[in-house]
Design a protein around this ligand. Structure first.
Ligand code: NAD
Ligand code: DAU
Length: 337
């Protein structure tokens, strides 16, 4: 039995990864460590919480003694670190927790990986560490790091720490840098689920600035299969960009949502832009495609249909989230925008 410590496995991508592994790879046991912040949700693991190959533990990646205990008790060989504060707008409002979780937390995990001589440490990073593109070009793994938001700066710092632990102490690591994910179980602070939720409730759709900012979208299941290839095949010390070649302007994504939900364009409202807003991201995924034989399997149109339908069919999941703290968040972020 292979034994993984997955951190942040009650969040959006982490829970999709945990469900994929438990469904498709019966020879893997997962310890899922998650602090259950506002973004962590055990409903994301419905049907899998009590799976015999899954142990959920509520805890913080900054808690070194807890990580040591877990690694010893469950004979962990690999850590996959999804845990993070992940929303750019929140990092602009309150950067401190991003420094704590994304930098100190990663460093804490790395110390354990070093001391326990783990087989692998996989850091789930982001294309945002490369900064912003103009109208041409794509991010490759050799693009210099140039993060622009407190979120991306904290992720870039974590990446540098991972590489430094590899260089200094021989920690066997991989770093993955994926573009924007979408799909089931994404917290409705991010563009796509926020717009779906608002449209379903006939609420205005707050588009930052001119709405012509470009993101390179990947269906979350395809991100998970890419991570699986990294786990199985990547040599230590390598970094991989992950993306599906789906560059879209925000307004085009919103247009697609409105059409599928049969809602009017008049719901769109242009609001004050995000400070320091990155104009365009685009991924060159050639390395993972050529070296690890990964391919995305879901087209953008198909992925968006699946995603929108999932939110329509899981309005109780959405309602549980937007009924609580979310109201305050929404008011503070969008109330006077
Ligand atoms: P998310 O916000 O949905 O989930 C983050 C999870 O981490 C939550 O379950 C939360 O409770 C947990 N967490 C936060 N702080 C913690 C701590 N101190 N200790 C333990 N658990 C903690 O995020 P996501 O969108 O699923 O992103 C997962 C990872 O993927 C992040 O590292 C993010 O930077 C990266 N990433 C995200 C995207 C994207 O489009 N969402 C793209 C590329 C990379
Ligand atoms: O590129 C990978 C990154 O993608 C991940 O590392 C981050 O964790 C993830 O949050 C995401 O960051 P973005 O800032 O690109 O995603 P977000 O969904 O917040 O915004 C996508 C685009 O939509 C961006 O141009 C801002 C815009 N936007 C977003 C929201 C929430 C709006 O116009 N209105 C909104 O209300």
């Amino acid at each position: 039995m292979n034994r993984l410590l997955v951190t942040g496995g009650a969040g959006f991508i982490g829970s999709n990864f945990v469900r994929m592994v438990l469904s498709e790879h019966p020879d893997y046991f997962i310890v899922n460590l998650d602090k259950l912040t506002y973004a962590g949700n055990l409903d994301n693991l419905t049907g899998f919480l009590d799976h015999p190959n899954h142990k959920f533990i509520k805890g913080d990646i900054c808690d070194g003694p807890l990580i040591v205990k877990i690694v010893d008790e469950y004979q962990i060989d690999t850590i996959i670190n999804f845990a993070a504060e992940s929303h750019v707008d929140r990092s602009i409002a309150e950067p401190k927790i991003f420094i704590e979780t994304n930098i100190t937390g990663t460093s804490t995990l790395l110390e354990v990986a070093r001391d326990k001589k783990l087989g692998r440490f996989i850091q789930i990073s982001t294309d945002e560490v490369y900064g912003s593109l103009g109208s041409q070009g794509k991010f490759s793994e050799d693009t210099p790091l140039s993060p622009n938001s407190p979120y991306s700066a904290s992720k870039a710092a974590a990446d540098q720490l991972v590489a430094a632990f590899g260089h200094t102490w021989g920690v066997k690591y991989n770093i993955t840098r994926c573009s924007n994910n979408y799909g089931p179980y994404q917290f409705p602070e991010k563009l796509i689920p926020l717009m779906i939720n608002n449209a379903l409730n006939d609420k205005e759709l707050p588009v930052y600035g001119d709405g012509l900012y470009v993101r390179d979208w990947l269906y979350v299941y395809d991100h998970c299969t890419a991570l699986w290839q990294v786990l199985q095949k990547a040599p230590p010390g390598e970094t991989y960009n992950i993306g599906g070649c789906n560059e879209k302007a925000n307004l085009d994504v919103i247009d697609l949502i409105l059409k599928r939900l049969d809602k009017p364009k008049s719901l769109i409202r242009h609001v004050t832009d995000r400070p320091g807003h990155d104009r365009r991201y685009a991924i060159d995924a050639g390395r993972i495609i050529n070296e690890l034989n990964w391919r995305p399997s879901v087209s953008f149109e198909e992925g968006m249909e699946k995603t929108i339908d999932w939110y329509v069919q899981n309005q109780e999941w959405l309602a549980n989230i937007v009924s609580g703290e979310y109201q305050k968040y929404y008011e503070s972020m969008y109330g006077n925008r």
